[in-house]
Each structure stands twice: as structure tokens, then as C-alpha cells.
Design a protein around this ligand. Structure first.
Ligand SMILES: Nc1ncnc2c1ncn2[C@@H]1O[C@H](COP(=O)(O)OP(=O)(O)O)[C@@H](O)[C@H]1O
Ligand SMILES: [Mg+2]
Length: 376
């Protein structure tokens, strides 16, 4: 008798899959044995609501979710957010840094709606939160993801990939959550869509970094075109269905597809520039530090040498040229001694001017003197 041993090598997007690490309602997470510290997330053609109580197959949803997520994470990465997302590797899969997940859903709301109204019945729908409202929920389907306070999160002493989640870690995730919301809110505003609320999750990678992880897709937010609730294009349409027909599922899928396509237009089209004016080439070193900091967060930077008191007309001419060709501008003025550059620029432009004179020994002495006065 002959025995044949078949090895089934599962490949997705050219990647050899290792063991299934975890399977949730809408995704499977696979180990990638050939790339240390990474995993592959495979989306399912499945839509669920109410902690999985309501669930339907939806052909094509995995591909739409996968592309939506990839486009959103590219926007966030280009804005400097530290994320686990690496790249899309097949129509329905992407590679991510392998994380242990912080079991908290971080929710941000601009307008009151949905579950917030159930928990705060006195608040009218549409109440506007300024700054956006933050809420945290412990991920626990069996208990319907209970709302948790900051104190509960810290007291739980979560150890995630060796990192103890304490006050500093919670502070970081809070700040990052608001930033993510504000970036996407501004991006969606370019298409006249109001981002009403959204949820994100964080993970800790194998090196102990807290990263924005999981996915952001049409399941993660409420999105109202023209700020009109009746035009909603997010998963709420599915949540609201009592009898789910094939036509209903088609509508939901069409909405998700529309959102995925709109994301291509969310990149600002106006040219931006940070122009660092320096009064003298002697300030070059200080200006390079400013330029590096700006470039590190993805900004375009020019350095120009011009003296406001020796060559005022030339300074203003350079400024006018930038005003003519760029839609979004910030001028940074670096000049010692007379320190007239900043005021000359700001007195002649409607764009923001940041006055940033180079540090000098004298300045340090003055600051020390101030400190002395303050703490006497
Ligand atoms: N980068 C990652 N590394 C490891 N696990 C992840 C990563 N991103 C997401 N996950 C986890 O993958 C699981 C599957 O996702 P999903 O189907 O959305 O699950 P759930 O039903 O719990 O929401 C979730 O537990 C999620 O936290
Ligand atoms: Mg999920």
C-alpha cells in the first residue's frame, strides 16, 4: 500500500500562511512564518451587527473593506500616525505588524447619535461635541462591550506584548484617537461628508510600540453626506434593517463601494509649502532643524535667505511668489538681533507667520532671569 502525503501550502498574495492566530466575525488573522513580527489579515465576505447576532454573507464585501481600509491607513500614515498597516497584498488581504491587541474600542463622536443617546437620553440627537467626545468600551461581545472609564482601563493593568497599559499609554491612545478622528473628519469634509463618529483599536507590536491597528472601514464610522442623516452611507443602514432582503444587502454594498471610491479624492489637491525665511546664512543650522521636523511629518519645505531690514522689497517679492503659487502656506521667520523679519512678513500677508528667532546665549540668560523671577 502506498501512502501519499499531500502538503497543502496556503498562499495569499504570494505570502506563505502560517497558523491561524485568531478568527473574528469579519476577519481571519494568519501568522506569516517568513516575515518575523508580521501577520496577514484576510477579510471575509460577511457583514454582522449587534455583536454578531445579526449576520449575512455579502459577496464582494471583503474586497471593498480591504481597499477601504488600505486607503484610510495610507491617509493616516502620510499624516504621521504610527500604524500597524504595512500593505495590501491581495484583493481581500493585507499585511500588518503582528500585534497583541489592547482590548478596548476607542470611540470619538462629533455629533450625538446612536448608543450615546440611549445612555444619555436627555441629550438631543445632533448635539455637537466641541472638542469631540471620547468614549472607551471594553471589547467583550458576551457582555455587549460595556463602557469603561479611564480608571477601569488603568486598573485592569493590561499586559499587552509585555507593555503594561498605565496612565501614559492611555494618554497616548486618547491623543492619537482624537488626531485620527480630526484627520479623517477634515479629509471627508473635502467631499462634503460629515464624519459623525468612529471607533478604532490599538495593538502593541513585538517591539513594544503602541500602534493604531485592526481596520478602519465602513463598519468603523458613521458618515453622513452633506451632514444629512437620511443620506447615511455606513453600516448603520444595515443595523436599521429588520427584514434583510437581497435588495437591502445590495444597497448596503453599493454604499460601501461608493465610500471606497470617494477615498481616492480625499487627498488635499492644493499645493502646500512651509517657507523658512532666514535673515542670514548664519542661521542655517537652526533652520535645518526646523525643516527636518516639518519634513518628518510629511510637509514640503523651502529655505530662503533674505534680510527684512536690508532688502525689504526682495523679501516681500519672494513672499508674493509663494502666495501666488501655493494654496496652503506657512511662513517661518528666523532672524536674530533686529528680529524684524517676522513682523515684516506678518504685516504684509494673510498667511500665518511663525516667528522663531535662533536661540542665543543672551536669550538663555534672559529666560533664566525670568525663571528666577517666577519662582522667587
Ligand atoms: N495587527 C493585528 N495583529 C493581531 N491581531 C489583530 C491585528 N489587527 C486586528 N487584529 C485582531 O483580529 C481579530 C479579528 O478581527 P475581527 O473579525 O474584526 O474580530 P471581532 O469579531 O473581534 O471584531 C480581532 O480580535 C482583532 O483585534
Ligand atoms: Mg472587529
Amino acid at each position: 500500500m502506498k501512502y501519499y502525503i499531500f502538503f497543502v501550502l496556503l498562499l495569499v498574495g504570494g505570502y506563505k500562511l502560517g497558523k491561524l492566530i485568531i478568527e473574528g466575525k469579519t476577519k481571519q488573522v494568519f501568522d506569516l512564518p517568513d516575515i518575523a513580527g508580521h501577520c496577514l489579515l484576510l477579510n471575509k465576505d460577511r457583514i454582522t451587527a449587534g455583536d454578531g447576532v445579526k449576520a449575512h454573507d455579502m459577496e464582494g464585501k471583503a474586497a471593498i473593506s480591504n481597499q477601504t481600509n488600505a486607503k484610510v491607513f495610507e491617509i493616516l500614515k502620510s499624516a504621521g500616525i504610527k500604524t500597524a498597516f504595512v500593505e495590501m497584498v491581495s484583493p481581500t488581504a493585507f499585511v500588518s505588524k503582528k500585534c497583541d491587541m489592547v482590548p478596548i474600542e476607542w470611540v470619538t463622536r462629533r455629533l450625538a447619535t446612536g448608543s450615546f443617546l440611549k445612555r444619555n437620553p436627555e441629550v438631543p440627537e445632533g448635539y455637537r461635541f466641541t472638542p469631540p467626545k471620547q468614549e472607551t468600551f471594553f471589547k467583550d461581545d458576551a457582555n455587549h462591550d460595556p463602557q469603561w472609564s479611564e480608571e477601569q482601563i488603568i486598573s485592569a493593568k493590561f499586559n499587552v506584548n509585555g507593555l503594561l497599559i498605565g496612565q501614559d499609554e492611555v494618554d497616548y491612545m486618547r491623543k492619537c484617537t482624537i488626531l485620527v478622528f480630526e484627520i479623517l473628519e477634515k479629509a471627508w469634509a473635502l467631499r462634503d461628508c460629515a464624519l459623525i463618529d468612529m471607533k478604532i483599536e490599538f495593538g502593541v507590536d513585538t517591539e513594544g510600540n503602541i500602534l493604531l491597528a485592526d481596520v478602519i472601514d465602513s463598519d468603523s464610522w458613521r458618515l453622513w453626506p452633506s451632514g444629512d442623516k437620511r443620506l447615511m452611507v455606513d453600516k448603520q443602514v444595515y443595523r436599521n434593517l429588520t427584514n434583510v432582503t437581497a435588495a437591502d444587502l445590495d444597497t448596503v454594498k453599493r454604499n460601501f463601494g461608493w465610500v471606497k471610491d470617494q477615498l481616492d479624492y480625499l487627498k488635499p489637491t492644493i499645493h502646500h509649502k512651509v517657507v523658512v525665511f532666514m535673515g542670514s546664512p548664519a542661521d542655517q543650522e537652526h533652520c535645518q532643524k526646523i525643516a527636518k521636523a516639518a519634513r518628518d511629518i510629511g510637509l514640503n519645505v523651502d529655505l530662503r535667505v533674505t534680510s527684512a531690514h536690508k532688502a525689504t522689497e526682495e523679501t516681500l517679492h519672494i513672499m508674493r511668489q509663494y502666495e501666488d503659487t501655493h494654496g496652503a502656506l506657512v511662513f517661518i521667520a528666523v532672524a536674530g538681533r533686529s528680529n524684524g523679519l517676522g513682523p515684516v512678513l506678518s504685516g504684509n500677508t494673510s498667511y500665518p507667520v511663525i516667528n522663531c528667532p535662533p536661540p542665543s546665549d543672551k536669550l538663555v540668560q534672559v529666560l533664566k532671569y525670568f525663571k528666577l523671577l517666577l519662582f522667587m
